[in-house]
Design a binder for this molecule. Structure first.
Ligand SMILES: [Zn+2]
Length: 83
């Protein structure tokens, strides 16, 4: 089943080399990884380079849900969505 942005936790500021925010499924365990959000969504372009997955245990990526993010997020803003 395809994931949607609502199924993902986005990073506060860290992005893939393609420009999309990093993300992980909300259901990810502590053994999970940060990955390109567009790869997770199945919308990634194939003609650009994407980062390798970043396992949580090796990489400290600030999530949009962390208080220190001060509501920063790499989550794409949907057209017409209230801010
Ligand atoms: Zn990417």
């Amino acid at each position: 089943m395809a994931l949607t942005p609502d199924d993902l936790v986005y990073s506060a500021t860290a992005r893939c080399t393609c420009g999309a925010g990093l993300a992980h499924p909300k259901t990810a365990s502590t053994n999970g990884c940060w990955d390109c959000s567009e790869i997770l969504l199945g919308t990634a372009r194939r003609d650009v380079k994407h980062i390798a997955r970043l396992p949580f245990i090796f990489y400290k990526v600030s999530s949009e849900n962390h208080p220190s993010a001060l509501r920063a997020t790499t989550r794409p803003v949907l057209a017409g969505a209230p801010l």
